[in-house]
Design a binder for this molecule. Sequence first.
Ligand code: PFF
Length: 450
Amino acid sequence: MNKSMETQGRDQWSSKIGFILAAAGSAVGLGNLWKFPYTAGMNGGGAFVLIYLALIIIVGFTLMAAEIIIGRHTQLNAIGAYRKIRKGWGWVGGLGVLAGFVILSYYSVVGGWVINYIVKAATGAFSTSDINVLGGMFESLTSSTWEPIIYHGLFMAITLGIVIGGISGGIEKFSKILMPSLFIMVILIVIRSVTLPGAAEGIKFFLKPDFSAINVSTILAALGQVFFSLSLGMGCMITYGSYLSKDENIPQSATLIPLLDTGVALLAGLAILPAVFALGFDPAGGPGLVFITLPAVFAKMPMGGLFAILFFLLVLFAAITSSISLLEVVVSFVVDEWNWSRAKATTIISAAIFALGIPASLSLGVWDTIIFRDLVFFDALGFLTDQILLPLGGLMLCIFIGWVWGVDNAVKEATNGGKVKFTIAPIWGFVIKYLAPIAIGYIFITGLIG
Ligand code: PFF
């Protein structure tokens, strides 16, 4: 197959807004609604938020632009893209495809819990605000054998159903419906939360930085969160960028996507933490914040039953627009490189990811063997992706652009050959060549040692 045939007949985003919503949809997910509020809650609130924002500006925007540039330049999947620019670099994309595969296997398990919680909310299971009862409910769901696997299968089936429709007819079409609904829902919930009596304390905790709470582990937690939340380091934005037409404005998109993602993360914090404070719960509740503390909050809140359904629906929409991007990274590789049809690739890959999710789910219940450090299989998969594959992918991306392909070539692509403004290009070049690789290299090594 020659080069022109490789890209011939490739699907594309049908509109600029379609691409932005799909990419923002990929970024906005469980990372924002589930991980961000509890990580902020556990790391000093405002102090964490401030560092997070600083890292989004320095590392987030830079790598977002970098991935979209490579994707649009090559019009290929993550592996093909690296390889096309420089032979011998395909493995970096390969790490990304592997990361997408692995992340989706456990992401989908959590997505399944969310579907189960919608059912629970709709059937009035959250009538109690007793944390022990709610904690037991969560524990009994995640540790049972069959139920979470069935919901995980349901979540994967929804993801498959969208991705099989392709870019413009599947991913873009659904993102255009799900993302605006998500914005409306999150704003409604924020209004409910911040108008509860006593919410001010929570708003203060979230927005007022306590600098004494900043230490190395806060910074590491924030950088890891930036990668995961912006879908960076695994070629997801390379893949989405590869369906972008040659005349779209990359610097603008690379600014807008992190802004939307950060906006939703902040709104999620404002939706959750003030309510947690107002109703007297612990903001450092950890991963159970959304599944245990929030149902208690809803039980105590006027019209809480309705807001509970709305909230978990919101989480589900956000999770789906992310899971489809994870699946697309793997599917586009197999379609481009192995010439499989989209239908065959999507079905077989989804089945394989579903299969990997089964032991992940079981490791929270019957198969609770520690397999690495003090981690069960589910957490070990998270460690492999968040602490190894994503930072390594991000580091190699910087080195690739800064030192192999060259900043000038990348800037030429970003500006559509000089037609589009990219005022901060010199700063961008500096960050990608020096600042970002040093910062990311540091977190990568500390994460491995830690
Ligand atoms: N950004 C998603 C979230 O915040 O939930 C997760 C994710 C999606 C990570 C896609 C990586 C990725 F490529």
